[in-house]
Structure formats: C-alpha cells, structure tokens
Design a protein around this ligand. Structure first.
Ligand SMILES: [Zn+2]
Length: 89
C-alpha cells in the first residue's frame, strides 16, 4: 500500500485517500502538504483544514515527508519517506 506521511506528525496515509475529498486530487494533495492530517479532519470541507495537532507518531518520518512535499507538488513523489529516512541515517 503506497503511503504518504503527515509532515507534522509522521502518520502514514494511503495516497488513494486523497481521491476521497470533494476537491481535485491535486488540491487535496496541496492541502495535505500544508496541513497533513488536518486534511482528514476536514473531509466535508477540505479548504477549512487546519494544521495537524496529533501527537507525534514519528518525528523523523515527519521531517523527511516535509522535505519531499516541499520538493515536489506530486504525491507520487512523496511515497519514499521511509527510504529517504534510511538514506539520512
Ligand atoms: Zn499528522
């Protein structure tokens, strides 16, 4: 299952869930890159999403995801947080 990670807490999400919002995949991805899990707390109105405030699940994964999400607007490029982490270690 291809996962993308929240940049704030590191929580993994299935990339296909970005299709489940009442906005385009691209828009949902942009909101996820900014707010992480906050997107999933605003399913009916993604544009009202606020930053993820969850307990940190994995700070290193969160950091790696942030780097990936800043380097590309395409969620397909965000799938490698875990391998990037191995590279950084
Ligand atoms: Zn989160």
């Amino acid at each position: 299952m291809p996962d993308i990670n929240c940049r704030h807490c590191g929580e993994p999400w299935d990339i296909y869930e970005l299709h489940d919002f009442p906005v385009s995949f691209k828009k949902a991805a942009a909101i996820f890159a900014k707010h992480g899990c906050g997107l999933f707390n605003a399913e009916d109105d993604p544009k009202s999403a606020t930053h993820c405030t969850n307990t940190v699940f994995d700070a290193n994964l969160a950091q790696a995801s942030g780097v990936l999400q800043d380097s590309s607007p395409y969620p397909d490029d965000w799938l490698d947080s875990e391998s990037m982490l191995n590279f950084l270690e």
